[in-house]
Ligand binder design. Structure first.
Ligand code: P5A
Length: 453
């Protein structure tokens, strides 16, 4: 993508309405535009990041054996009347009436709708287990939308739902998602801590929130300080190895880690010096709620003895759009955003410092084509930002690349002769004079260049 063509409406000043750094940076970097309270349009680089996060979430769901579906945003109120949540959900639910006076709603979550799909099509234990997910916009009429995409009213969620014959199966499904979540967040460059949490309007009594620590987070959390040194090498576990997975889960959940609703100072097993008290951002939340929805909605299957029994269920959510803000909270400096390469809007920025110089421009144009060939990977097939603009000062170009957080820069001016270029990494001030070939090798080794497997 050429900078002269890219729609990148960056802002010079920090907008006053943005209270936290991620929101400020998202607006300054031209990633989103608020259209009404808690509702955002995603502009090109913001949408690129969102899509990349979504793709990582998708790959990890698929790897864990979940299958992707797509349910609509608008739902009929009838299903929610069956489960009893139509009244329970209160003012957070956006209720709509269609022209035939039918009660509809903009889905805040999909337990009812998926239960309806499954009760229609699955009647026997032979068709279990099943785990279905979708990545779809949700609406919750939050009383206080704030912090930009972190607490929006319309937001993108990955939600999935597991269906099993018995508790043992449901627990295995829960443990698979537990691992899938840790893997997903690790790929996003985040250390997310699973914490025992309240289940709120979703229900059930077993649930974990996945929290990343950040001073600006809305959740107050308490955890064993050991968490900061936890070994994540076990994330490569095989999902089909039930025993190892269960042992991993038991190990991971043996640490004290809870959100404030679950924290009882008088019963806390840790002394103050071992207890980490911090603020955090909830990026995911998983639930086991057994037969809550299947019993209310008559979702039964026949077991091997021929009896009809209620399905065992769990649901699992990741705040895909919230993650965009969450990653920025975890990774930025005074200059701007520092994207992990896995979700960066572009992998590398190529800066032509002397676009009026013919030799320099010819070299840069050629380099752009070389880089494009290397970075022609899904989902964008052009992961290079080429700043070839004439009449734009080098300092401005540098600042923009730093602000929008591109992991690597290749700079070329008339002063670098032959095939030498300057290579700079976003998260370091060091600049290296290298040949173009060396630069490409370094990029290759840094695993930034990675074709989809
Ligand atoms: C689990 C999936 C559920 O809704 N039903 C289906 C369950 N859980 S949850 O905790 O309520 O939401 C899941 C994740 O969605 C994100 N999230 C939000 N993101 C942005 N703005 C919001 N207003 C918002 N509300 C929830 C969170 O990351 C949460 O963990």
């Amino acid at each position: 993508m050429r900078s002269s063509e890219l729609f990148l409406p960056t802002l010079k000043d920090t907008p006053k309405e943005a209270e936290i750094i991620s929101h400020q940076l998202m607006l300054r970097a031209g990633m989103v535009k608020q259209t009404s309270s808690g509702i955002y349009s995603w502009l090109p680089i913001g949408y690129r990041v969102l899509k990349k996060i979504e793709q990582i979430v998708r790959e990890e769901q698929d790897a864990a054996g979940a299958q992707e579906v797509l349910m609509p945003t608008l739902q009929s109120a009838d299903l929610w009347k069956e489960s009893g949540r139509y009244d329970d959900y209160g003012q957070e639910m956006l209720r709509i009436t269609d022209r035939h006076d039918r009660d509809m709603l903009y889905g805040p979550t999909n337990e009812e709708m998926i239960t309806d799909i499954v009760r229609t099509h699955i009647h026997s234990y032979k068709n279990l287990p099943k785990n279905l997910y979708h990545i779809q916009w949700k609406f919750r009429d939050e009383i206080r939308p704030r912090f930009g995409v972190m607490r929006g009213r319309e937001f993108l969620m990955k939600d999935n739902y597991s269906f099993d014959l018995d508790y043992e199966g449901a627990l295995y499904s829960y443990q698979k998602m537990f691992l899938a979540y840790l893997r997903t967040f690790a790929r996003l460059g985040l250390r997310a801590i699973p914490m025992r949490a309240d289940t709120g309007p979703i229900g059930g009594d077993l649930s974990h929130e996945f929290i990343i620590l950040a001073d600006t987070g809305e959740s107050q959390v308490y955890a064993d300080a050991k968490w900061s040194e936890l070994d994540t090498s076990a994330l490569g576990l095989d999902y089909s190895d039930k025993e190892k997975l269960a042992a991993f889960y038991d190990d991971m959940t043996s640490y004290y880690a809870v959100t404030d609703e679950k924290h009882e100072p008088e019963n806390c097993p840790l002394s103050d010096d071992k207890l980490l008290t911090a603020r955090g951002i909830e990026v995911g939340h998983i639930f086991y709620f057994g037969t809550k929805y299947s019993a209310a909605m008559g979702a039964k299957v026949q077991n091997s003895e021929g009896e009809m029994i209620n399905l065992e269920m769990g649901s699992y959510g990741i705040g895909v759009s919230r993650l965009v803000g969450g990653i920025i909270e975890a990774s930025h400096d005074e200059q701007g955003i520092i994207w992990p390469a896995s979700v960066a809007p572009f992998q590398v920025g190529l800066i032509n410092l002397d676009p009026e110089d013919e030799t320099c421009s010819a070299f840069c144009n050629e380099t752009y084509q070389k880089l494009r060939k290397i970075y022609d990977t899904a989902p964008f097939y052009d992961d290079v930002l080429y700043d070839e603009r004439e009449g734009v000062r080098p300092g401005f170009k540098f600042n923009e690349m730093e602000l929008i957080g591109i992991p690597w820069q290749i700079r070329k001016g008339a002063r670098q002769d032959g095939d030498s270029v300057i290579l700079k990494k976003r998260d370091s001030d060091e600049k290296h004079d290298v040949s173009l070939e060396q630069a490409l090798n370094i990029l290759q080794d840094s695993a930034v260049i990675k074709k989809a497997a």
